[in-house]
Ligand binder design. Structure first.
Ligand SMILES: Nc1ncnc2c1ncn2[C@@H]1O[C@H](COP(=O)(O)OP(=O)(O)OP(=O)(O)O)[C@@H](O)[C@H]1O
Ligand SMILES: [Mg+2]
Length: 236
């Protein structure tokens, strides 16, 4: 059993300059994600969920504090090294799916592996295996516009997993899906967690997502709230 957390944030702060104003998006946030855990960041719009996901995803750095992924202190690494960390350890799923319209489902899933040294036969077997896992084997040759919203999201999940990451970050992954499809997408993620030990961290407003998580961390104005009254406000 791996006891090192997949991700650890310690007292992270991040502010944005907006004209003359300073927006304090994160004001000292600490969070740990264990291997194989499915966790959510909840909280109202503007509370700092995406900012925190970007720090953990090595897409941005904290102004102070620390971010670790496994044994790496990523908050203090250079941009070039961070690109390799993203490629090798992380998967990303965004609200808008970000599929390449001219590529088939199979090609979209395979795409991140073209940037690695993994050979063609290994690529094909990983892609087929993942398309099976998300129930899309029979639609592998369709392009995104020939798929439903839920099917597109499942292609995006398969693509996020093709590099065999230890952590997948998902920003509002069910926001564009009806509740039945959103639940089916979550089923796929839970199954992948159970069979492959992948950890997931979601940012979500969706109460149907939140209630299915192992753990929910609520943000409010850039801090984690544990106070029940603030928590009630953050849920509203
Ligand atoms: N690039 C930026 N420049 C200036 N301010 C920003 C920038 N990105 C985010 N912010 C501000 O930082 C705060 C946190 O934003 P963030 O996107 O993390 O919130 P969020 O919880 O993801 O919200 P939502 O639920 O609407 O996606 C907000 O006040 C937002 O306006
Ligand atoms: Mg957001």
């Amino acid at each position: 059993m791996n006891t090192i957390p997949v991700a650890e944030v310690k007292s992270a702060t991040r502010s944005y300059r907006s004209g003359a104003r300073l927006v304090r998006a994160l004001r000292g946030v600490s969070l740990t994600i264990g291997a194989g855990e499915i966790a959510a960041l909840a909280g109202p719009s503007g509370s700092g969920k995406s900012t925190l996901l970007h720090l953990i995803g090595c897409l941005d750095r904290p102004d102070s504090g620390e971010v670790r992924l496994g044994d790496l202190r990523v908050s203090h690494m250079r941009a070039g090294a961070l690109a390799a960390v993203r490629r090798d350890r992380l998967g990303f799923i965004f609200q808008s799916f970000n599929l390449v319209p001219v590529l088939t489902a199979r090609e979209n899933v395979e795409y991140p592996l073209l940037l690695t040294r993994i050979g063609r036969s290994e690529r094909r077997s990983r892609v087929d295996d993942l398309l099976d896992s998300v129930g899309l084997h029979s639609k592998a040759d369709r392009r995104p516009h020939e798929l439903s919203g839920g099917e597109r999201q499942r292609v995006a999940i398969a693509r996020a997993l093709v590099n065999q990451p230890s952590l997948v970050l998902a920003d509002e992954p069910t926001a564009n899906l009806d509740s039945v499809t959103g639940a089916a997408v979550l089923d796929v993620m839970e199954d992948l967690r159970d069979r492959r030990g992948v950890a997931f961290l979601f940012a979500s407003h969706d109460p149907r997502v939140i209630e299915r998580m192992d753990r929910v961390t609520r943000l409010h104005d850039g801090i984690i709230v544990n106070d029940p009254q603030l928590e009630a406000a953050a849920c509203a």
